[in-house]
Design a protein around this ligand. Structure first.
Ligand code: URA
Length: 197
């Protein structure tokens, strides 16, 4: 099966998923958006109201903030793949439960294989924990870990993980804007250092 075919099948599996009760309350499951394979993969927490309506990740307020951060480092949104650890909106945007995160795990695991990203950017503490623990790293709190460059050598290809605060965090704590912008500078530097153009 070609990568493109497998992506189409995986997206369809997400859109029709009934592995957890979020299937009963969602409008649309949100598989993710972007090129396959991809150089950079951003992983958020779960769709919000706008994403649930449109079936596309990060199209609401957090999405505008993410777009601005990408623009700040000269990366176009259509160059990156964006997804979430949980593909369906939790009611009233509550935090995803462990059961929901585990039910959705196979989709993101398969996406990581298909997308083969050089740089993985978990957005916020839930995605940070999911990604680092999946690579055998026990993370500290995001206040200590954000902006750290984790180099992974054991996956068959060289990969870099750079956890950052969730863009929505800046809505309630404007001081985080500068922190996020600085961490995106780190992402830009890592991309520039990379041997792959
Ligand atoms: N917040 C997320 O974590 N993901 C989205 O898709 C939108 C908002």
């Amino acid at each position: 099966m070609t990568t493109e075919n497998e992506r189409t099948k995986l997206d369809e599996a997400v859109r029709t998923c009934t592995r957890c009760p979020l299937a009963e309350t969602r409008t649309n499951a949100v598989p993710g958006d972007g090129p396959v394979p991809t150089r950079i993969l951003f992983i958020g927490e779960a769709p919000g109201r706008n994403e649930d309506t449109k079936g596309i990740p990060f199209v609401g307020r957090a999405g505008s903030i993410l777009d601005g951060l990408l623009e700040g480092i000269g990366v176009a949104r259509d160059e990156v793949f964006i997804t979430n650890i949980v593909k369906c909106r939790p009611p009233k945007n509550r935090d995803p439960t462990n059961e929901e995160i585990e039910a959705c795990r196979p989709y993101l695991e398969r996406q990581l294989v298909l997308l083969c990203p050089e740089v993985i950017v978990p957005l916020g503490r839930f995605a940070m924990r999911w990604v680092l623990e999946s690579y055998g790293i026990t993370p500290g709190p995001i206040s200590e870990v954000h902006g750290t460059v984790f180099r992974i050598h054991n996956t068959g290809c060289e990969q870099v993980i750079i956890p950052v605060y969730h863009p929505a965090a800046t809505i309630y704590r404007p001081a985080f804007r500068e922190v996020l912008a600085a961490d995106f500078e780190t992402i830009r530097e890592v991309l520039e250092q990379s041997l792959i153009p």
